[in-house]
Design a protein around this ligand. Structure first.
Ligand code: AMP
Length: 280
């Protein structure tokens, strides 16, 4: 596996691969890799001749400076995991390499990006689209892999790819969870032992709500989750929305959309955790 730090070197490698007719899969990440990331990587390794994994903590998608500063960085361990997974290139550029000048482009995919994460983290999705569009341009992948853990992000990347008519396939991959149900996240490493126990209640309440939803209305199910989280000391709900899986807009009843997903954001101490659950 090559660890590449500059765009120039990356592009030389990619050009050679493309010339040999090799298909390229891209997995964009911010590092501090865990089994959730590796599930995307394995899928890419299976489906493409070569896989490129980017490791870049993208400053333009952080609206909270403290969150950016505290974001875990574990490049050496990450590279070991990627090598074991059969990755050809780990691309770990500096901020100056990705943004030699400030990126002034703005992306807007309303109403997909105006709700939930878009409403609570102003500018977040604009930053995500900036970095992902740059990575697509640098790597020119045939396929790019994103987790359903960031359900709204996946919908926005699909929409960006469609609107910009980018010649690649976006592949969505299921959420990987710890054995007790907690959605895997790089931010979990910031939880104390006690907070880790508390955080488990997020997925517990979501799974319980899936069973509850079978014979209750959508609005009852929404309250069930809100009350379930409120009952746990140490958790603070930012939002829980039950949305149309395609449009990200809230729905009021189970028959209002073909696919329905509940999206949650909860603070556990200082750590902001997100998760989601499919109802249909
Ligand atoms: P991040 O490093 O958090 O930006 O995540 C990089 C990619 O991995 C994104 O497409 C995420 O949705 C995906 N990802 C993160 N956590 C998980 C998980 N627990 N299960 C599946 N995919 C995940």
């Amino acid at each position: 596996m090559k660890v590449i730090k500059t765009v120039k070197e990356l592009q030389t490698e990619i050009a050679a691969m493309k010339k040999s007719g090799l298909s390229v899969g891209l997995v964009p990440t911010m590092g501090a890799l865990h089994a959730g990331h590796i599930s995307l990587v394995k899928r890419s390794v299976e489906e493409n001749d070569v896989t490129v994994v980017s490791i870049f903590v993208n400053p333009t998608q952080f609206n909270d400076k403290n969150d950016l500063l505290k974001y875990p960085r574990t490049l050496e361990a990450d590279c070991l995991l990627l090598q074991q997974a059969g990755v050809a290139i780990a691309f770990a550029p500096s901020v100056e390499e990705v943004y030699p000048e400030p990126d002034t482009r703005s992306f807007s995919y309303a109403p997909l990006d105006t709700v939930m994460e878009g409403a609570f983290r102003p500018g977040h999705f604009n930053g995500v689209c900036q970095v992902v569009s740059k990575l697509f341009d640098m790597v020119k992948p045939d396929k790019a892999y994103f987790g359903e853990k960031d359900f709204q992000q996946l919908a926005i990347i699909r929409e960006m790819t469609r609107q910009l008519e980018l010649p690649l396939e976006i592949v969505g991959c299921p959420i990987m969870r710890e054995s007790d149900g907690l959605a895997m996240s790089s931010r979990n490493t910031r939880l104390s032992e006690a907070e880790r126990e508390t955080a488990l209640n997020i997925s517990r309440v979501l799974f319980e709500s899936q069973r509850y939803a079978i014979n209750h209305s959508l609005l009852e199910t929404k309250s069930f989750v809100e009350q379930g989280i409120a009952a746990v000391e140490g958790l603070k709900l930012e939002y829980y929305e039950i949305v149309d899986a395609r449009t990200m807009q809230t729905v009021q009843s189970w028959d209002e959309a073909e696919g329905i997903v509940g999206c949650i954001t909860v603070f556990c101490g200082e750590v902001r955790l997100i998760d989601n659950i499919r109802y249909k």
